[in-house]
Design a protein. Structure first.
Ligand code: GDP
Ligand code: IMO
Ligand code: MG
Length: 428
């Protein structure tokens, strides 16, 4: 039975939450495999808006198993707040399962994230300051604290002591800021441990059992391809692997278990934070998209940088994740534009490039090669059938599919569950 990955193809905020929520109706399990509360997934159900940072979007349906996998970094305070927030809205959270191998975001991770950004000055990454990078750093340098450690008072106390000694020194000596008191942090986190305990298990075992039982699994990516630590616009990336390959490591399932990969593509491009963005718009078209699309971050409220659809980026994402189908979102935001542009290639020093550049210096200097297409200038928000879309909207989508070499699977024309056009059933 199918395991489906839904992941971002651009710089995040493509509408992964909306697509996961739509597909989750038919799924038994929804699982996050990377990232943390740097993610902000907004889902609209019957006009009500839900903002999710750590919990999988499947939580909004009753009776689904929702997994937070080992590849996720967990800020326990944020997770507990999100669980309580959901419960207050009448959402059943009893299906939540949290990996015992996931790493825990500590207060020093958040402070280090902030201090490092200040220290970088003009070279800042524009992180969400949620402690994501420093937590993954500790994971990789093998001094991190995992959920399983948090649940063991003795183990946790000892690891916290060692970490605090090092981190407090680093914070003071390098960044000139005061660190944290051992006993205060210890008490606070042991309190979280008790509240989280009942959700914790070996989620790789849960997922593999579900696969064996023929259940339908949906993997929910956070961030996106261009923010991938290896394949994105390094160093302006996050510290995890949002690409489909990240699922195997971050959820503990084998690659042979993944059946379908859905790449979510915003009908234009946005980016929050720093780093090159070849199709960025600095004119009134960019402002129109930002205002009509309310392009302000769910997590940090920052205005998102807006630009034309970049089919080079989408094609690159397709190749890296073996994307089977695209889910195009926010087509409706372009309804009013008279002409649209799609970037179909990059030129560097006058020559067309064959590959997506690894060098950020090159990426910052490439010239986007555009194709101009006529707009459709009509309201698409109530269309439910692909053939009913205006001809020029179909031409726009089909040109993207051709250039990026990925099939169209879903087109979204509004935030609501019902505002979805299905061209290919993802769960047969
Ligand atoms: P994510 O991080 O990829 O889940 O995306 P975000 O939730 O950060 O940003 C996407 C925003 O677009 C959310 O507010 C969604 O409710 C909204 N959205 C998703 N699909 C559509 C669509 O087709 N049209 C419109 N107008 N909004 C959409
Ligand atoms: P969703 O899941 C958009 C960006 C930050 C910054 C960079 C590194 O909602 O699509 P980090 O805090 O991860 O160390 O920041 O990554 N970023 C996102 N941009 N959507 C996200 O998540 C993002 N999560 C991180 O703005 O540029
Ligand atoms: Mg988002």
């Amino acid at each position: 039975m199918p395991a489906v990955v839904v992941m971002g193809t651009q710089w995040g905020d493509e509408g992964k939450g909306k697509i996961v929520d739509y597909l989750a109706e038919k799924a038994d399990v929804v699982a996050r495999y990377q990232g943390g509360n740097n993610a902000g997934h907004t889902v609209v159900v019957e006009g009500k808006e839900f903002k999710l940072h750590l919990l999988p979007s499947g939580i909004l349906y009753k009776g689904k198993t929702c997994v937070v996998g080992n590849g996720v970094v967990i800020d326990p305070e944020v997770m507990l707040r999100e669980i309580k927030g959901m419960q207050e809205k009448g959402i059943d959270t009893s299906g939540l399962k949290v990996s015992n191998r996931a790493h825990v975001i500590m207060p020093y991770h958040r402070l280090l994230d902030e201090a490092e950004e200040t220290y970088r000055g003009d070279h800042k990454i524009g992180t969400t300051k949620r402690g994501i990078g420093p937590c993954y750093m500790d994971k990789n340098s093998r001094c991190g604290i995992r959920v399983v450690d948090l649940l063991d008072e003795e183990e946790f106390s000892e690891k916290l002591k060692r970490n605090l000694e090092a981190k407090n020194h680093l914070l003071k000596a390098v960044y000139g800021v005061d660190g944290f008191d051992y006993e205060t942090v210890r008490k606070e986190y042991l309190g979280y441990a008790e509240e989280l305990r009942s959700y914790v298990c070996d989620t790789s075992a849960t997922l593999n059992k579900a696969i064996k039982n023929g259940e339908k699994i949906l993997f929910e990516g956070a961030q996106a391809t261009m923010l991938d630590l290896d394949h994105g616009t390094y160093p302006y990336v996050t510290s995890s692997h949002p690409i489909a390959g990240g699922v195997c490591v971050g959820a503990g399932i084998g690659p042979t278990k993944i059946n379908t990969v859905v790449g979510v593509v915003k009908a234009y491009t946005t980016r929050v934070g720093e780093g090159p963005f070849p199709t960025e718009l600095f004119d009134e078209v960019g402002d129109h998209i930002r205002e009509k699309g309310h392009e302000y971050g769910t997590t940090t409220g920052r205005p998102r940088r807006c630009g034309w659809l970049d089919a080079c980026v989408v094609g690159y994402a397709g190749r890296l994740s073996g994307i089977d189908y695209m889910a195009i979102t926010r087509l409706d935001i372009l309804d009013e534009l008279a002409t649209l542009k799609i970037c179909v290639g990059y030129k560097y020093k006058g020559a067309v490039m064959d590959e997506f550049p690894a060098s950020l210096k090159v990426l910052a200097e490439v010239e986007a090669v555009y194709e101009e297409l006529p707009g459709w200038q009509s309201d698409t928000t109530s269309i439910r059938d692909y053939k009913d879309l205006p001809l020029n909207a179909r031409r726009y989508l089909e040109r993207l599919s051709e250039v990026a070499d990925i099939k169209l699977g879903i087109v979204s024309v509004g935030p609501g569950r019902e505002q979805t056009i299905i061209m290919h059933e993802i769960f047969e």
